[in-house]
Design a protein around this ligand. Sequence first.
Ligand code: CAA
Length: 258
Amino acid sequence: MEYVKYEKKGFVGILTINREKALNALNSQVLTELEQTVDSISVEDTRCLIITGAGEKSFVAGADISEMSTLTKAEGKAFGEKGNTVFRKIEKLPIPVIAAVNGFALGGGCELSLSCDIRIASENAVFAQPETGLGITPGFGGTQRLARTIGIGKAKEMIYTCSKVKADEALSLGLVNAVYPSGQLMEECLKLAEKIARNAPIAVRAAKKAINDGMQVDIDSAIAIEAEQFGGCFETEDQKNAMTAFCEKRKPEPFVNK
Ligand code: CAA
């Protein structure tokens, strides 16, 4: 892989968009490598994924503007579909995904972070959807996920005005869960990922599925989805281990993902 780096720390996967010279902008090759890496992640040995960008300046500065500059309508649509396919795969990964937003998260970069479950930002992070200033709309899910995350009014304001949102404002909008100094960002994201990884993996995955699938449907269908996921956790080794330990007033054994 030229533009995507993947490493493991225990049960945590760390995926880095590694195109620092272009502030990690997403061209077709980056998207292809991102998709291949996401496809290769196994829930057998990975319990949480962190996505970040190389360097201290930028998470991802958007889709590649030079590549997009000469596209036809049909090619533009296909490029949008390519990005959307990859980002939907990230959103649907069974394990939780944390975006470690280390600087610019513009256009496709903001959209990439929105396809993750949780966004944690460095103090120098800047979010924006600058597309209407480039003569296009957000094209990798921004018109949909931004409104679902921060509400329709603020999302429309960000998209219509292209305004930049700094880390502290992103925190107050609920766009990010926490903000840390740059030097501490990865350490804090790893702490969070490891905290997630200590809980029963089958239950964490079931909770993600229940939340994500349930948010797309009416409340009656949503609680039926929850019941299905809740029921599916019973008779697992981890459920028996944890509940028996509680009843016996002791700590459970580490979870085994079975
Ligand atoms: N596409 C292609 N190249 C990009 C890029 C992008 N989105 N963002 C930055 N780069 C490149 C620059 O062209 C430059 O390359 P060269 O050194 O070869 O000239 C390099 O990265 C460094 O960038 P700057 O010199 O511009 O750095 P800066 O510190 O002066 O500015 C910035 C940083 C404010 C992020 C500025 O680069 C910028 O505005 N980038 C574009 C941001 C943007 O508009 N993103 C949205 C793209 S549209 C989109 O994403 C559509 C979608 O929804 C799918």
